[in-house]
Design a protein around this ligand. Structure first.
Ligand code: ZN
Length: 201
């Protein structure tokens, strides 16, 4: 992946992709900073919105640690506030991805090789990819079709890349992490639908 970043062809492709994104009429992209696109993402549809380097651990997964879990979160913040929190070096929290409610747009904040701080449990952080979803555990209207669809495609791609089984043992909620007091994604998250979508994405 470091090699990708050094490939001139890739940056050209990224420029073209950026132009296409800018043409989308509903693009509510709050901050289409040209510089933010300079680093390649692990999941091509995602936009690179980096977390502060103070908020995650640099690593070389899956060499350093096997990746065998996807952990599903709900932000309890807006999409833009979540990105701002991850970019704030004081916050000591991050996730690999954030999915926007209205249109399923995906931001990548931490490289998959690195260890994001999302599970509140070091072992689970080292072995997982963390995906935040814009919304609140008690406001199911945030769990839109677009959010489920785009998140399921992302999780399917992660499972394919690392050989993670597409089941509830390996795609888990934050509430299932040992020792956590978090409840996300909460009882309104439709797990049956989500796992089905991950398997058929
Ligand atoms: Zn969480």
């Amino acid at each position: 992946m470091d090699m990708d970043r050094a490939t001139p062809g890739l940056s050209r492709r990224r420029l073209l992709k950026g132009a296409a994104l800018a043409a989308v009429p509903y693009a509510l992209l709050p901050d289409p900073r040209a510089g933010a696109q300079s680093q390649s993402v692990d999941y091509p549809p995602a936009e690179w919105r980096p977390a502060s380097t103070a908020n995650y651990t640099v690593s070389s997964r899956p060499g350093a640690y096997a990746i065998d879990r996807v952990i599903i979160h709900v932000t309890q913040e807006t999409y833009s506030d979540a990105l701002a929190i991850f970019a704030d070096p004081q916050k000591k929290v991050s996730a690999h991805y954030v999915v926007r409610s209205a249109d399923g747009h995906i931001a990548q904040c931490v490289r998959e090789a690195d260890i994001a701080w999302h599970a509140g449990n070091w072992t689970y952080n080292t072995r997982s990819i963390g995906i935040e979803h814009e919304g609140w555990v008690d406001r199911p209207e945030y769990f839109t079709n677009a959010l489920y669809q785009q998140s399921a495609r992302l999780t399917a791609a992660i499972c394919a890349k690392y050989g993670i089984p597409r089941d509830r043992e390996h795609i888990i909620g934050h509430y299932q992490v040992p020792g956590t007091d978090h409840t996300d994604p909460g009882p309104d998250w439709d797990w049956v639908r989500y796992i089905r979508m991950v398997n058929f994405s």
